[in-house]
Design a protein around this ligand. Sequence first.
Ligand SMILES: *Cc1c(COP(=O)(O)O)cnc(C)c1O
Length: 399
Amino acid sequence: MNITVEQRVRDQLDEFRRDGVYKRLNHIESPQAARVAMEGRGEVIILSSNNYLGLSNEPQVVQAAKDALDQYGAGTASVRFICGTFTIHRELESELASLVGTDASLSFVSCWNANEALFATLLGPDDTVISDQLNHASIIDAMRLAKAIVKCETAVYRHSDMDDLRAKLVAAKDRRTRVVVTDGVFSMEGDVAKLAEIVELSRQYDALVVVDDSHATGVLGATGRGTAEHRHVLGEIDIITSTLGKALGGAAGGFVASSAAVCDYLTQRSRPQLFSNALPCTVAGSALAAVRHLRGHPESVTRLHENTAYFRQQLLSRGFKPLEGETPIIPVILGETAKAIQMSEMLLDEGVFATGFGYPVVPKGEARVRCQISAAHTRADLDQALEAFTKVGQKLGLI
Ligand SMILES: *Cc1c(COP(=O)(O)O)cnc(C)c1O
C-alpha cells in the first residue's frame, strides 16, 4: 500500500474515533425481522431496517429465492444483452411496472445503478435536470455523472419549495428538455414529496417528472403502490426509479419504470446494462415473490400504517419531538453527531437498535436517531421499544 495514502486514512480514522463519529458496525446473526440476534446480545428490536413489510424473512419470499437458484443456477454470468436476460427478469419487470403504474420497467443491480443509468443515457447538452435539495446521494451522483458525460445542466431547488421549483423551471424554459427529479419519501426527514404540485408545475412548464420511490414502494398509498398512489397521481409519473433492497424483500436490486420505449432505450444504451452483470436470478425470484405478496396482502400495508401512527403518537405523548410526518421514517433530532451515536448505543444497551446519523449523511448540527417502523413489529415490540426510548430519553435529559 502506498505509504502516504495508508498514513492519511489511518489519521482520518483516528480523528473519527476522537470525535466520537466513528461508526461501529453491528453484526447480525439471524434473518432481518422485527427482532434479530445482534452482537451476541440475543434478541434486539430493530428500528433501523428498511424491511418495511417484513418480507425479507417471509417464507414465500425466501423459498422463491431457493427455487430460482435451483431453476436458474447461481448467476447470470453475463450482462443483459449478451446472455443475461432470464424469463424471471421479464416476469419481475412486468410485475413491477404493474405495481407502480407504468407500461414497463427494467431491473438493475441496485437503485443507485438505475439512477446512474437514467440521466447519463437519456439526456444531452441541451437539457437541464432540476433536483430537490434533499434528494438521495445516488441522484446527486447520477446528476454529476450526467454532467460530466453528456454535459447536461443541473439545478437544485430548495427542499419541497414549489416557488423555487417554478423559478428553476422558468430559468430553464429555453432548454430542450427539463427534468424534475425528487425522492418520493426523503430518507433522512421522512417527509413526502409534494408530488401532485410537482406534476402540475411540470405540465405547465413541459418538464419530465422523475420520482425515486425507494422508501415509498410497498410503503406509501393504501395498497403500497408508492408516492403516486399516496398523492393521487398514480399513472401520471413519467419515470419512477426504486429499489428492491427495502420493502420488496430487502435483498438488493433496483429498477426504472416508465414507457416501454424508455426502458428499451436504457436496455440498448445505458452503460450499467451494457457493461455490468444482470440482477442475480435468486434476487429476481425473491423480489418477484415479494411483489406478489404485497399485491395479495394489502393488509400488511395497513398494518405498517397503523404501527407508524401508533409509534409516532406514543413518542409525542412521552414528550419526544420527532420530525412531523406520516411515513414509517421517524427521526428524533439531537444536534451533535456524538450525541446521536451515544443515544443509539444507550438504546442498544436497552435491547433496541435505532441508528444515529450525523455528518456527512445529514447536515452538521442536525444529527439524529432515526426510527423506522415495520409491519413486522407487534404492538409488544413497539411498546418495549418505547419503554427503552423513555428510559434513555430521561437519562439524556431529552424528555
Ligand atoms: C436506499 C435508496 C437508494 C439506494 O438503493 P439501492 O438499491 O440500495 O442502491 C436510492 N435512492 C433512494 C431514494 C434511496 O432511499
